[in-house]
Design a protein. Structure first.
Length: 317
């Protein structure tokens, strides 16, 4: 069946904005400026068949060796202490979100190919500005080879094969991510922003220096509905008891793994309203220690996040 696509004004034009034309297309430090040819190649590549064959990018695993002794209990205790009692009744397994409503309509699948040409997908979302999309750094640069992925295309509001096609103007990853050693250290820098050529109809607000103890996470886990529909999980969050700015979210659904990379964490989560739904982190890594439960880890957004966001909004300068 032909993929149905929502069409926006100017969607089929790859002509760059004036600011983009002033720059030379190609790789730049920690990112890339995309040419018309890049986006035309991506548009041609993402046929119905290639979309169907796109594999979920595995979520990086925190190995037992990376975790200090007793850290699971410390995380659990801290989360339980910070978790208001009324939240206990709201914790549930992953549930399908309605991609026509806020906040789900601003999230979608980020499709790309790796260095060997295999098609993959992550989760991403329009954040802070209608032209800016947030995802994980490991969805942009391959962690093993260090090479930039190619054929990027964002399908906003993706649901059962439908979604708005959006093509990138440029992308920047956190400059500290590539040189970081160890999964904990990489996780605290694991985010990236795209500037898109076609703006969204809206966006999730970006929030830094936050103090939430409970949040929601959005993603397209392949283990649920074959990754065809966005899922939401909610749970307590707590800072990892290590000298890194990484938070963990306790998720009561161990199917919530491959495919969710780059999906936003939301503070003040509310369905179907323009209030709240602040993007405060992304799905970056995972660790499972008990049946039915998984910890999902993400970076803490701070002033350096705001700085990178502003650079991307201004054309990755």
């Amino acid at each position: 069946m032909r993929i149905l696509v929502a069409i926006m004004l100017g969607l089929f034009s790859w002509s760059s904005s004036a600011s983009a034309e002033e720059r030379k297309a190609g790789d730049i430090p920690q990112g890339r400026v995309f040419s018309d040819q890049d986006n035309q190649a991506a548009w041609n590549f993402w046929t119905d068949e290639n979309l169907k064959n796109a594999r979920p990018l595995p979520l990086p695993q925190i190995s037992p060796e990376d975790r200090p002794q007793g850290s699971d209990n410390q995380l659990d205790q801290k989360a339980d202490l910070q978790l208001p009692q009324l939240y206990e009744e709201t914790i549930a397994a992953a549930a399908r979100g309605d991609s026509t409503k806020t906040p789900y309509k601003y999230a979608g699948k980020l499709f790309f190919t790796k260095w060997n040409g295999t098609p993959h997908y992550c989760t991403a979302a329009s954040v802070g500005d209608p032209s800016v999309v947030l995802t994980a750094a490991h969805c942009v640069i391959d962690p093993d080879s260090g090479t930039l992925n190619t054929n990027f295309e964002f399908r906003e509001g993706y649901s059962g094969g439908n979604g708005v096609r959006r093509t990138p103007d440029c992308v920047l990853v956190n400059p500290n991510w590539s040189g970081a050693s160890g999964q904990w250290t990489r996780t605290q820098y694991d985010y990236a922003f795209f500037k898109m050529r076609q703006p969204s109809s809206g966006q999730l607000p970006l929030r830094v220096n936050w103090s939430y103890t409970y949040a929601a996470s959005l993603g397209y886990p392949a283990a649920i509905d074959n990754g065809e529909y966005i899922q939401v999980v909610t749970g307590p969050v707590a800072k990892v008891n290590l000298p890194v700015r990484v938070f963990g979210m306790k998720v009561y659904d161990d199917r919530y793994t491959a495919g969710i990379s780059g999906g936003p964490w939301l503070g003040d989560f509310q369905e179907g309203t323009s209030f709240g739904n602040y993007a405060i982190s992304v799905n970056s890594a995972t660790y499972s220690q008990e049946p039915g439960v998984v910890w999902v880890y993400g970076p803490y957004f701070d002033s350096s996040t705001s700085s990178l966001f502003r650079r991307v909004r201004q054309g990755c300068r």
